[in-house]
Design a protein around this ligand. Structure first.
Ligand SMILES: Cc1ncc(COP(=O)(O)O)c(C=O)c1O
Length: 428
C-alpha cells in the first residue's frame, strides 16, 4: 500500500473535513485568529476527545491503588492504555511506564542498560535529540565506555545503515538510534539496522527514540525487535506532561529506580496519573476510527495500521505538494529565493518535516515574516542546544522547520506556498 503511492494519497474532501473537526485550533488559534500552525514537530494539534477525556479522568480524586470500584476503574484505564501502547508498537510482553517527559524516560532506559550490561563501547548517531545523545554521553563517561557516534548523510538527511553497523561490535553495550530525524524528517531504516547490528552481536541491547516518527508512520516491533522505545503524546495528538515507554522483558528486569517492594519489572515510580493512559487510548481510538474509513478489519491493531498508513499517505501527498506544487501554485523546489535543504528525492523515506532557507533573509527573520502573515514555523539555528550538533553534521547554519500534520489540507499547503513565495520576493 505505502509503496504503491510514492507521492502519497490525499484524504477525500469529506474525510478531511471530518478529520479537522476532531482537532482543536487547526484553522484558528486559541484567540480565534486565523492561523496556519506548521510546528507540529514541537507540539501537535490536540484531539478534542483527548482533552475531554483528560479532564474527565483527572477530575476523579481517587487513588488507583485501592480496592474500591472507582480505583478498579482507574486501574482498568491504565491497563487499557498499556495495551494500546502495545497496539501502536505491535509489541508483546515487556513493561510499559509513564513519565512526565520522553526525555526522562530515555535517561532511565539508558541508565539501566548502561549500568548493567557489559561492554566497552556505546553506539549512537549524531542526529539524536539531546535526551538520547546526552544520556549516552553521560553514562559512557561515567562508566568509562567509548561513545561511538554515527555520522549523518547530507543527501538523505538521515544516517546510513552501514555507518551505524560499522561502529557496532561484540563489545557494544547499547545501540541507541532515533527512528526519524526531527530536523530533516528522514526515517532511518530500522529493520535493517536491527537485523544487521544483531548479526554482529545477537544479544545487543537497542533503544529507539520514536518521539518524532510515531505520529507519522507505522512501527512494528515484531519486525524490529528492540529493547526500549518511547513516544511523547503531546506530539501525537494528545497532551503535554506525558511520555510513554515500552521496555522488553529482559530490559524491564534490569536494576532500575523503583520502590523495592514492587515487582522486578515495574518501572512506574510514584503514583501514576491515569489520564496519561486514558489519553493514549483516545489517540489509538482516533487512528482506528480513521482506519475504519479504509478497512473492514475489526482487530484493533489492524485498524490502527490502516489509520496510520493513511496518515502517512496523506502527509506524503502534502510533502509532494510542498516540494513540487500543483497547477495552482509553485512548489518550493521551483521557487526562486527559496532553498529546500536535505531534499531527498524518495518521499517514502521521509516524514512530513521540511527544512528551508531564504536567499535574502535569515531563518529568524523568515519566522517573523511568516508570523506576520499568520503562519507559525520554527527556526532551527546552530546556536540552539536542540539543533547545533545535527545542523553542523549537515554543514547547515540554520533552517526554517516546516512541520504540518495530517489535519492540514491541500488548500492549507497551497496557502502556505503562496505566503512563502511572497516572503521570498518581498524586498521591503
Ligand atoms: C525526537 C525527539 N525525541 C525526544 C524529545 C523529548 O521529548 P520531551 O519533550 O517529552 O522530553 C523530543 C522533543 O522535542 C524529540 O523531538
Amino acid at each position: 500500500m505505502l509503496s504503491e503511492h510514492p507521492h502519497g494519497l490525499a484524504f477525500s474532501d469529506a474525510l478531511m473535513r471530518e478529520v479537522k473537526a476532531r482537532f482543536l485550533h487547526v484553522d484558528h488559534d486559541h484567540h480565534g485568529r486565523e492561523r496556519l500552525y506548521f510546528d507540529n514537530a514541537g507540539g501537535s494539534f490536540r484531539l478534542k476527545a483527548a482533552l475531554e477525556r483528560f479532564a474527565q479522568v483527572d477530575a476523579i480524586p481517587d487513588n488507583a491503588e485501592r480496592i474500591h470500584a472507582t480505583a478498579v476503574e482507574l486501574q482498568d484505564i491504565q491497563a487499557r492504555g498499556c495495551a494500546d501502547l502495545r497496539t501502536i508498537l505491535n509489541a508483546t510482553g515487556g513493561s510499559v511506564y509513564a513519565s512526565l517527559t520522553a526525555s526522562g524516560a530515555m535517561f532511565d532506559m539508558v541508565r539501566a542498560i548502561a549500568e548493567n550490561v557489559p561492554g566497552t563501547n556505546m553506539v549512537t548517531t549524531v542526529l539524536e535529540h539531546p535526551s538520547a545523545f546526552d544520556a549516552m554521553s553521560l553514562y559512557a563517561q561515567r562508566l568509562g565506555r567509548e561513545l561511538r557516534v554515527a555520522r549523518s548523510n547530507p543527501v538523505t538527511g538521515g544516517v546510513d545503515v552501514e555507518e551505524i553497523v560499522r561502529l557496532v561490535d561484540k563489545d557494544t553495550c547499547l545501540l541507541n538510534v532515533i527512528y526519524a530525524s526531527n530536523i530533516s524528517g528522514a526515517k532511518l531504516d530500522m529493520e535493517e539496522i536491527v537485523r544487521r547490528a544483531r548479526a554482529i552481536k545477537p544479544d545487543l541491547y537497542i533503544v529507539v527514540d520514536a518521539v518524532q516518527h510515531a505520529p507519522h508512520g507505522l512501527i512494528d516491533l515484531q519486525k524490529t525487535p528492540v529493547d526500549g522505545i518511547n513516544l511523547a503524546p503531546y506530539k501525537f495528538f494528545g497532551c503535554r506532561g506525558s511520555g510513554l515507554t515500552w521496555v522488553s522483558d529482559r530490559a524491564a528486569l534490569l536494576p532500575h529506580h523503583k520502590l523495592a517492594a514492587k515487582k522486578p519489572d515495574y518501572w512506574d515510580l510514584g503514583s501514576s496519573a491515569p489520564w496519561q493512559f486514558a489519553v493514549l487510548t483516545e489517540i489509538v481510538d482516533y487512528v482506528c476510527w480513521l482506519g475504519a474509513n479504509f478497512s473492514d478489519a475489526t482487530d484493533r491493531r489492524a485498524l490502527f495500521v490502516a489509520g496510520i498508513t493513511h496518515i502517512e499517505l496523506h502527509e506524503r501527498a502534502l510533502l509532494a505538494l510542498l516540494l513540487d506544487g500543483n497547477p495552482n501554485v509553485t512548489g518550493m523546489r521551483e521557487m526562486r529565493g527559496v532553498e529546500v535543504f536535505l531534499d531527498h528525492e524518495d518521499l517514502t523515506r521521509r516524514d512530513l518535516i521540511l527544512g528551508i532557507g531564504f536567499e535574502h533573509i535569515d531563518c529568524t527573520q523568515a519566522v517573523v515574516a511568516y508570523g506576520k502573515r499568520g503562519v507559525t514555523v520554527y527556526e532551527r539555528v546552530a546556536t540552539s542546544l536542540y539543533s547545533k550538533r545535527m545542523l553542523e553534521s549537515f554543514g547547515l547554519a540554520g533552517t526554517v522547520r516546516v512541520s504540518p500534520l495530517h489535519c492540514n489540507s491541500v488548500a492549507d499547503i497551497e496557502k502556505f506556498l503562496r505566503i512563502t513565495q511572497e516572503i521570498a520576493t518581498d524586498r521591503g
